[in-house]
Structure formats: structure tokens, C-alpha cells
Write a protein that binds this ligand. Sequence first.
Ligand code: 15L
Length: 265
Amino acid sequence: IRFHRVLLTGAAGGLGRVLRTRLKAYCSVLRVSDREALGCAEPGEELCPAQLEDAGAMLRLLEGVQAVVHLGGVSTEQPWEPILQANIVGVYNLYEAARKQGVGRVVFASSNHVTGFYRQDQVVGPDDPVRPDGLYGLSKAFGENLARLYFDRYGIESVCLRIGSSLAEPRDRRMLATWMSHDDLERLVVASLTAPLVGHSTLYGISDNAATWWDNRLARHIGYRPQDSSEPFRARIEAADPHPDISDPAVIYQGGAFVRTGPPE
Ligand code: 15L
């Protein structure tokens, strides 16, 4: 146990549910938050429902917290209004609350869609210019920049995780490159919480996949050592999709189908 109280936002979401059970081992109290139903409090948990766009609720949410794992927000391409509220206003409210409550570190769930318009024949690192593949990716780029401002100005540390595809198993050819196992997700988040000095750091959330489009060498100080790989799934996935259409933008660009969503209605 390293922390007294850690806050997990987005605890009712796909990855929130995964981390909710796993982060408890690293803190005495895990404060879990979401605007969706959270079920019953397990031992060692505090349930604190909150809306990211409610600044007052966010200020109360961060009281007495040492570190935040911020998964809350919109996690797919959507119209501007929900993205604006959750991922722009919401992330601002989170960092303002962190500043006012003296919280030292935020692990920010960013996304590979910050750089989704790079091609699948390119390897990208955290210092390359962002190329968001939609409003969702753009909002995550805003969050990363906000995190940098709050480090430069106020000394609040952040690790921005450009998460690939964190599912139980990779589902398609793209995920052979983008997949991160749930065990590696836990390793990445715990490394981000516990590395002694992180400042403002950015890395991609991927397992140790054989083929990759992302270079994490500039974030070696985090000490993340992925132990899983998509390789054992390759034969089955390639057999299920033997002739990918290499003129399809979803096959050309790293963001996959996100790049062709087009302007939301
Ligand atoms: C994301 O950012 C999404 O939150 C997730 O649902 C996946 O689609 C993932 O990216 C991905 O790129 O596979």
C-alpha cells in the first residue's frame, strides 16, 4: 500500500470497472466516481457520484485525495456538445480542483486518437505534433495540454496515457498493433502513480506487441514494463480477415474507423 486515498473517475466505464477492482491493492481508500450507477461500495471503497461539468462537485470530489486516475469523460467520437462538457469543461474542473485541494499527481487517460491521423506505416512518439482524428482526439489533446500547463504553472504532475485498445483480447488487425491487456493496463497505471518523479509525461498504452506504431522510449523513466503481447492472437485474426482493403482510410490511418466518422451530426 503506497497511498492513503486515490480517486478513480469514470469508475463505471469499461476500463474503470477493470481498475476499480485492481487499484484497491495500492491504497487504503479508493474513492470511485462516475455519473452512472456505481453499485454497492466494496470494502476499502468510497462511492462519490459526480458530474465532471459541475465545478463544485469536482472540488468536493478531490478533497483529501493524494492522486487521481482520471478515466472520466467521453471515450468515443461524439457530437461537440457532450465532448465539450465532459472532456473540455470537465478536465478543466478536475485540474482546478486538484490545484485547490493540493493534489500532487494525475494519471490522465488520454487516447491514441490524439495522433490517429498518422499512417499505419509511421512510428510516432510523444514529441511528434498531434494529429487528432476527430473531436474526441482533439479534446484529449486539450487535456494533455491542460495537464502540461498545470505542471508548468502549479507543479501538479501528470502522466498522460495515450491508451490504445485495452480489451480482454485484440479483436481485429488494427488491434494487433494497438492492444493493451488489462494486466498491462494495471502495470501502466501503477507505474504512473508510483514513479518517483514524472513532471508532465506522455506515453502510449500498449502491450509488448511485435508490430507497433508507437515509441515509448522517451517515457522510460516511468518504468512501465508490459508483459503481454498480441502476437498469440495474430494467426486467428489474420485468418478471419485475409484481404484487408488497403485503400480504406480505416486501414491506412492509425485511428482506424475513428478517422472516417466524419463531422458528427
Ligand atoms: C479509444 O480511445 C476508445 O475509448 C476505445 O473505445 C477504443 O476504441 C480505442 O480508443 C481504440 O482506438 O481502439
